[in-house]
Design a protein. Structure first.
Length: 98
């Protein structure tokens, strides 16, 4: 199964991500979830980024929090709303929201 996951929280949901398994897993950071793509705590990147997945971050949510594409971890691809629609319809069979 090809699973797309919207992650909108920074402080919770990581435990769920760790348990997910899919043929193709994509994690899309939105809302406060964008901090997983940018913020490093204690000099370390978010542990969510250690998951075997393709990572995306919504640029509009990044910008509304004062970040730009240059602030994003190299493992995460910045995407627009239009790109997210394409991912939903073309790349992932199932979508969940955490």
């Amino acid at each position: 199964m090809k699973l797309g996951v919207f992650m909108s929280d920074f402080r919770s949901g990581s435990d769920i991500i760790e348990r997910l398994s899919a043929e193709k897993l994509g994690i899309i950071f939105v809302g406060n979830g964008v901090y997983h793509a940018t913020v490093e705590e204690n000099g370390k990147a978010s542990p969510v980024l250690d998951k075997s997945a393709t990572f995306y971050v919504l640029t509009e949510d990044l910008e509304s929090r004062g970040f730009g594409s240059a602030d994003v971890d190299s493992r995460v691809k910045p995407v627009t709303y239009s790109d997210v629609v394409d991912l939903i319809f073309n790349d992932y069979e199932k979508i969940i929201w955490i």
